[in-house]
Ligand binder design. Structure first.
Ligand SMILES: Cc1ncc(COP(=O)(O)O)c(C=O)c1O
Length: 366
């Protein structure tokens, strides 16, 4: 299944009045980054990735070294490399659901057995660790989790994370942690998973937290030398090395990321406050409050008398407003993913008003 087939970038950003379907912060503008690529040589790059950039990423933890890091074309390529390198038809995977599509679709395409660790609204979208244990089989090769989570915005506690790592170690299973939203944790961010155990593979990128999805720069981290060799071989077969332009921009940006993050966080906070107030005054909706990232996954209350199809048609066609419908995540269309980091305040405010209008006009009696 193509990812987010009706996504705003496919429809054309210019054709949408209020875009609440995005899952990152506002896109950065190159000129605002204060980066001049000058005499950058447009050669093939280091196959693991620009050494200075890998050192910078590694410097966050004393347990991670530059050689543990493989730069990739976004987190998406890292996830693809992990699945295609590790999983075979005879293997079994346990993956959180719902999830970012690649975490599910690539393993499914490989044809391995897949079990879902379902995140239920009624359980606050928290993973049931007893359930996780019960899903493990003799051929389970990989557990795949996302934290902070897309589409719910829910985060694991450090204790939950440590318990999941313990399970992976106990059963000798690789644990993939998609940490793409880590720098957008509302409270204290969790340590990079790979810094806690050799069984953990961390994946992240500059797309979501910094608004740089257009440079396609992500990474995976593993302390297993054998695994890193496998992943490097896969990368070489797919795209050999990263774009040196992307690497250079990401490196120079990350060197001074602390000067960009306060404004990014302030913007997210302003929209988040609007969102909280709006949800509490919208009787047709209920939600689990997110703890990180820039998306949440509210749902239309069952029995609230809303014609779901009518709602989305009205929202998209009459109000030119987009949210991520539940079917993007193979779940009920009662759910919608709302992105509160990407739109400017005015667009976000108008988008919320438009959702309210579309809801009020979609009661089945009307
Ligand atoms: C959880 C998660 N992981 C990975 C990705 C891929 O992001 P990118 O390839 O831009 O780094 C996304 C994008 O939406 C995501 O939400």
């Amino acid at each position: 299944m193509p990812i987010e087939i009706e996504s705003p970038e496919q429809l054309g950003y210019g054709s949408i009045a209020c875009n609440l379907a995005e899952s990152s912060v506002s896109d950065a503008i190159y000129d605002d980054l204060g980066i001049d690529l000058g005499k950058l040589v447009l050669c093939y790059g280091d196959h693991l990735g620009k050494p200075e950039l890998r050192e910078l990423i590694a410097s966050e933890s004393e347990h991670i070294k530059a050689e543990d890091i493989l730069l990739t074309a976004g987190a998406a390529a890292a996830l693809f490399i992990v699945s295609t390198s590790l999983l075979e038809k005879t293997d079994h995977l346990v993956v959180m659901s719902p999830n970012y599509a690649t975490n599910i679709e690539t393993p499914k395409a490989i044809g391995c057995e897949v079990s879902y660790l379902e995140l239920e609204f009624e359980q606050g979208f928290r993973p049931d660790l007893q359930k996780l244990r019960s899903l493990i089989r003799p051929n389970t090769k990989l557990i795949s989790i996302t934290c902070p989570h897309n589409p719910t915005g829910v985060m694991l506690t450090q204790t939950e994370l440590e318990k999941i790592i313990q399970i992976a170690e106990e059963y000798n299973i690789w644990l993939l942690i998609d940490e793409t939203y880590r720098d957008l944790s509302f409270g204290r961010k969790l340590p990079m998973g790979a810094s806690l155990s050799e069984k953990v593979i961390s994946v992240s990128s500059v797309s979501k937290a910094y608004g740089l999805p257009g440079i396609r720069l992500g990474w995976l981290i593993t302390r297993s030398k054998a695994l890193q060799q496998l992943f490097l071989a896969a990368k070489e077969q797919i795209f050999l090395c990263n774009s040196v332009v992307d690497e250079e921009i990401a490196w120079r940006f990350l060197l001074k990321k602390e000067s960009f993050l306060p404004a990014i966080r302030a913007h997210v906070q302003v929209n988040f406050s609007l969102l909280e107030n709006w949800i509490s005054s919208t009787p047709e909706l209920e939600w689990i409050k997110p703890e990180g990232g820039v998306v949440c996954f509210p749902r239309i209350i069952s029995g609230s008398g809303i014609d779901i199809n009518k709602f989305y048609i009205s929202l998209n066609q009459k109000y030119s407003t987009y949210a991520g419908p539940g079917h993007w995540f193979e779940t009920s269309r009662r759910y919608m993913r709302l992105g509160f980091g990407w739109p400017k305040k005015k667009e976000f405010e108008q988008g919320l008003k438009n959702i309210s209008l579309a809801l009020s006009e979609s009661h089945t009696s009307e």
